[in-house]
Design a binder for this molecule. Structure first.
Ligand SMILES: [Zn+2]
Length: 455
């Protein structure tokens, strides 16, 4: 059977590419209201593709852009996979800085250049083309498949959470597959199984009721910028540990298996530092750089404001100063709990001669799929077969809030299988997707879907 699929893919390469190019021509920029109709067009294009394969499709309106729902039901005894992706794209930025217009896809050096090529049209379309190959060669599918493809990922998926909650039954499945990320290196099958969460606060320190002359008042009054700096300096100890009481209470330590797996990841601390022209990589003692980025919680000041910022010198003691502080969290830290602990600690250490106001700005939960879960194991097995290479299990320092939504609302594991590359230019200029990665993704997806038949 698989030779037949392979033949089919070989014989249909050109068409499967031109169909992706048609989708890439549609400027579905979700953040720009002028593109509302383009989003609909992109959604409909995908619907037509799935309909032609025998999927039951629906275009579900939301307060924003519509959600594409499609289902191919084979029979009740088979497992069900839900494949999630998004058809919206990031804004293009200054068009003049693109080598080619972002919505006129072009193939140069075996890469397809267009906005959305990698993030995420190319990756979600690869799954659709895999499903096509399976249906055309076997007249059926190895399992039940649901597609959920939204048009608001690039603006934070404001309507997806409520939709999942409402449609729990309709979306019921055994696992979720998402291809909206990158491989750790070219031709290296990668499963991302851990995402960080986020707690974000804004902190304001206020002293006098107005800015003061630093000669007439200096030495006699508290300086909010000095006080803010002192507070920030107390948030880490000399070993790089975060000092907030209870901060590490719910942290799952990196297991020995994981440590061993991290060592196999093609990541070089020296290269990493050199690439961004760093003189050193300080951080929490006792952990490698990769361990710190992927699997340890962090606290960073993201911005700081206060006093005179203009050219030259002005002698002044500002009335107030402020900072934005974020914590990247790991499982099982809860963003609300961490925010509360952080604010309480700051209030405790702040001197009583200044007023401190701390605001909760934003939070995201962590997500972790157990490495020994069936979902991860079967997907890894299929990837290994397809690439004939060992799978790298990666975590990331970033957050994808929807992953948590899926886990919580549907109660299933989410497997992130990325086929892009870090240098694809997602969210940046000259976005591209290597043709090899597009075709590899299609092939890998057929293997994954076949393997998941054993779920
Ligand atoms: Zn994306």
């Amino acid at each position: 059977m698989m030779t037949k699929v392979t033949d089919y893919l070989e014989n249909n390469k050109q068409r499967q590419l031109s169909e992706l190019m048609e989708l890439l021509k549609i400027p579905s920029v979700s953040t720009d209201p002028n593109h509302k109709d383009d989003l609909k067009e992109a959604a409909n294009y995908i619907i037509e593709q799935l309909k032609a394969l025998g999927f039951k499709t629906e275009l579900r309106p939301t307060k924003g852009h519509p959600i594409v729902l499609a289902e191919y039901f084979v029979n009740q005894k088979l497992p069900t996979v839900l494949i999630y992706g998004h058809y919206d794209v990031q804004p293009v930025g200054p068009i003049s800085e693109w080598d080619n217009p972002p919505f006129e896809p072009r193939i140069i050096d075996e890469k397809i250049y267009a906005r959305g090529a990698s993030d995420d049209k190319g990756q979600i379309f690869a799954h659709i083309k895999a499903v096509e190959a399976l249906i055309k060669t076997t007249n059926t599918l190895p399992l039940n498949i649901k597609f959920l493809i939204e048009g608001e990922e690039e603006i934070g998926s404001p309507n997806l959470g409520p939709f999942l909650e409402q449609e729990k039954l309709k979306l019921a499945c055994d696992l979720v597959i998402i291809s909206d990320s990158a491989m750790i290196a070219p031709n290296t099958p990668t499963i991302t199984y851990g995402l960080k969460g986020l707690a974000y606060i804004e902190l304001e320190v206020i002293a006098a009721n107005r800015d003061l002359h630093s000669g007439a008042y200096g030495g006699g009054v508290p300086n909010p910028i000095n006080e803010l700096a002192k507070i920030i300096a107390q948030l880490h100890d000399k070993n790089g540990k975060i000092t907030v009481p209870g901060f590490y209470d719910d942290v799952i330590e990196i297991s020995a298996t994981e440590k061993a797996a991290f060592k196999k990841v093609p990541f070089d601390e020296k290269e990493f530092a050199e690439e961004i022209a760093l003189k050193g990589t300080p951080g929490e003692h006792g952990y490698t750089v990769l361990e710190r980025i992927w699997a340890r919680p962090t606290l960073d000041v993201n911005g700081i404001k206060g006093g005179f910022q203009g050219k030259g010198a002005k002698t002044v003691i500002a009335a107030k100063a402020s900072a934005k502080i974020s914590c990247r969290l790991v499982s099982n830290q809860d963003p609300k709990d961490i925010t509360k602990k952080l604010i309480k600690y700051i209030e405790d250490i702040a001197p009583n001669y200044v007023t401190v106001i701390a605001r909760d700005l934003h939070g995201a939960k962590t997500a972790l799929s157990p490495l020994d879960s069936k979902a991860v194991k079967l997907t890894a097995k299929a990837l290994e077969k397809s690439f004939d290479k060992e799978v790298v299990f990666a975590r990331t320092g970033g957050s994808i809030p929807i992953v948590n939504n899926f886990q919580e609302e549907l109660g299933v594991d989410v497997v992130l299988v990325g086929f892009g590359l870090e240098n694809d230019g997602a969210h940046s200029l000259n976005e591209k997707f290597d043709l090899k990665n597009y075709y590899d993704a299609i092939k890998a997806s057929t293997e994954i879907l076949n393997e998941l038949n054993n779920f």
